[in-house]
Ligand binder design. Sequence first.
Ligand SMILES: Nc1ncnc2c1ncn2[C@@H]1O[C@H](COP(=O)(O)OP(=O)(O)OP(=O)(O)O)[C@@H](O)[C@H]1O
Length: 650
Amino acid sequence: MATPQESSPWPTESAGSAYSTGTSQSPQLAILEVFFPGFSVFAGAVHRYLHIDLNVYIPVLLVIGALTLVWNYVSSYLWDQVESHLMSVVDIRTDDEIYNILMAWVAKQTFSRSARRFVVNTNLNSRSWFLWYDYDDDDDDEHDIDEVTNSRKKKGLAYTPSFGSHYFWYRGRLLLFRRTANREQNSFMLVSEREEISISCFGRNPWVLKELLLEARQIYQQKDERKTQIYRGTLKPGSTEPTWQRCMSRASRPFSTVILNEKTKQDLIDDVTDYLCPATQRWYANRGIPYRRGYLLYGPPGTGKSSLSLALAGFFKMRIYIVSLSSITSNEESLGSLFAELPRRCVVLLEDIDTAGLTHTREESQNQPTDDTDDMVPGQLTTGNANNNSGRLSLSGLLNILDGVASQEGRVLIMTTNHIEKLDKALIRPGRVDMIVNFGLADEGMTSAIFRAIFASLDGDEAPDNTSDTPIRPEEKEKLEAEKAKKRAADDARVNALAEEFSAKVPAHEFSPAEIQGYLMKYKRNANEAVANVEEFITQTRKDRKEKELKEAEEKRKAEAKAKEEKDKKEKEKKEKEAEEAKKKESESKPADPTGASASSEAADQKEVIQKEAEGGEPSVEKKPEVNGEKKAGHERQDSGYVTPSSAEP
Ligand SMILES: Nc1ncnc2c1ncn2[C@@H]1O[C@H](COP(=O)(O)OP(=O)(O)OP(=O)(O)O)[C@@H](O)[C@H]1O
């Protein structure tokens, strides 16, 4: 059996160590051996080869370790105390637009640029893209276009400090920007949800933080001042939760570019201006009238309904929230939660309100059975009461949302439809729709206006003249400008003449502005060719339409034939079943036929007659075997509807 000495890993006496002279380890080494197995071997080796006695340093190391632990604990406790009693902190929600606002501000600060560990993005908003995705926001920024290659320059990189605490100065105060990993990590979280952001300042008054946030928002909004921000109702990726997704920020469309009766346009602007005036809001409140206003834009596709809505939002510097009622995501619940999220002042555009379910009247929908799925096209909305089982949007569901508690007061509601005649009166009654604007196919005036809009030269069409850096003398500049003005006047006169010629060739009320615009875009650099080839366009469009109509008619015919076939099949099956039942009843009610032949032959007769009927032919009287009086009476008694009086008569 091995003695303790033999089994000890410590150096032998010959090594001359103070701590290895005994047969047992010192208690501290024994403890260390428990926590760090093999430590004694390491200490022995150090002692033997380097002549350093670790035993002497262990207490020192232990004390340092203990002090570090205590300091960590005490410092975090002290920091918590300081933070909760002597500092002000703002926590930034990563699922809110403020995240993007703040990060855009932070990326511009020097402390971000000098951070040694940082996060780099090409699009700061991409961290929470599902909510505030903002692609090509700076699309029309001139500096993004390379004049030489005429291509878009590469996007700049944005740097923000990485996880940790970062101090910086703001308005003479020391602030702390903290970015930390979210304490509640789980694998379903999106990247932006996995972090927490806060800004703190020393002192119990958070005014400096609020000022910082206001400044950040102001800078962020300045960028969007001449733009209309467009949000679309959609589902969050991988979930059924609806949300508004910022899909675009577009240069605001001037009202003048929407071609519509000038008086109608002016009336619309006046009406919205009056509605948005604070005095009007008080007027509504004093009289207990719900403060909201609705507009209905109707007309064929491509006549400018969406364009007018966007122009209106841009004119009043409001965001536009678009939701299409024909989308599969539209049901009462999701639409309700989208409406609940709307800001106080905005334009809401409800597209396609003539969608399936909403075209029935309320009375009809109340009388209808809930199971009306036969007529439903997949992906469309259904009718029925608000609680219909299919979970799709019903008319009463929509009305509840428009008028209910979830509906924000102060919004401008615009609804668009291609078929006003299909709409329920309840949906467009005053209070829900206060102004109706009709959009028609292009008449002569509109056609010529579209032509001018495409071909007239406008400010900013030409690239800026950067060829020479030498300053131009004032008289030369004047001369150049006069020449430019003269050229433009001549161009305008030419375009006006061509516009008249063009509009005279295009038949009025046959083509939508979108169709005409689409055609003209093909010749956007050659107005003469556009005029010369317009007849070809007219002939081709008519031909295409005819073909489309024929194709649709054929598809409709096929669908009807198929439906009829199915209906006939069902009827036939039903009648066969009835015949079987009748036969069964008869055989039960009669004494048993010793031969059994008579009953079965009669049933076969009945079946044959039914089949003939179902196939649309007259039942064959000749083929019918003779029936005795009793059997004939039996047929009439049953009155089963499958023996016609004429065929029953002998
Ligand atoms: N009245 C108009 N004035 C100027 N542009 C128009 C007009 N109508 C259509 N357009 C042009 O046609 C295109 C489609 O127009 P828009 O989307 O506004 O039509 P819409 O009536 O909303 O169509 P839909 O019913 O299919 O939604 C746009 O590019 C727009 O510039």
